[in-house]
Design a protein around this ligand. Structure first.
Ligand SMILES: N[C@@H](CCC(=O)N[C@@H](CS)C(=O)NCC(=O)O)C(=O)O
Length: 205
């Protein structure tokens, strides 16, 4: 079993943190984004969308989509639960709600800002639209303000326990800096949360 990834890319980091939280050892093979290695015909067989991460099982089965890969490992290694408390319908749904909100409302605009504004992304992001990058920078900022307020009354994104929602948020916040967005400035609750989740060993993944 192994995972194809690019160590610099945000989505593969979500999987690495998830695996680290569960103490799962994994083999990784690097697919260099900047060398367009994910655009080869060979990689297209593994994922027709030509994106990482991709999990390859020993029988040759391929699984992509970060959350799907995490769900697979949650099924195999339920402890600690990171997708919500098993058997608690509300906790499972709430964790899913926050994971999705953070993925679509924060990570997505942060990535769009990076892709549409960073000169190094021009060959990959065609067309690269500066105005769209700037609009996403603004969206990411207002969504981070909202998240900061949400965290005023609870320790973690989905409630009282660390979950996949924290993993997605940590990756989004750290990647925001790469996209020249200052995610923690003036956001004290988010900064407190970021300090706590960054102190976990898994954050180094
Ligand atoms: N929805 C996918 C998104 C994966 C994705 O966008 N991966 C990026 C790296 S973070 C990628 O491989 N992009 C390739 C490209 O845009 O050409 C997931 O959750 O895994």
């Amino acid at each position: 079993m192994k995972i194809y990834e690019d160590r610099q890319a945000p989505n593969p980091r979500r999987v690495r943190i998830f695996l680290a939280e569960k103490g799962i050892e994994m083999r990784f093979e690097q697919v260099e984004f900047m060398a367009a290695e994910h655009k080869t015909g060979d990689f297209k067989v593994k994922n027709p969308l030509q994106e990482v991460p991709v999990l390859e099982l020993d029988d040759g089965t391929h699984l992509s989509e970060t959350v799907a890969i995490c769900r697979y490992f949650e099924g195999l290694y339920p402890d600690p639960p990171l997708l919500g408390q098993p058997g608690d319908a509300l906790d499972l749904a709430r964790t899913d709600m926050w994971q999705r909100r953070i993925e679509f409302k924060i990570l997505a605009p942060v990535v769009a800002a990076f892709r549409h504004l960073h000169p190094a992304m021009a060959p990959f992001q065609v067309p690269q639209v500066r105005e769209w990058g700037e609009a996403n920078t603004e969206t990411a900022g207002s969504m981070l303000d909202w998240l900061d307020q949400e965290l005023a009354n609870r320790p973690y994104m989905a409630g009282v326990r660390y979950s996949i929602a924290d993993i997605t948020a940590l990756v989004a916040v750290d990647f925001a800096r790469v996209a020249h967005i200052k995610p923690l400035e003036g956001r004290s609750h988010l900064a407190r949360w970021h300090g706590a989740v960054s102190a976990r060993d898994s954050a180094k993944a």
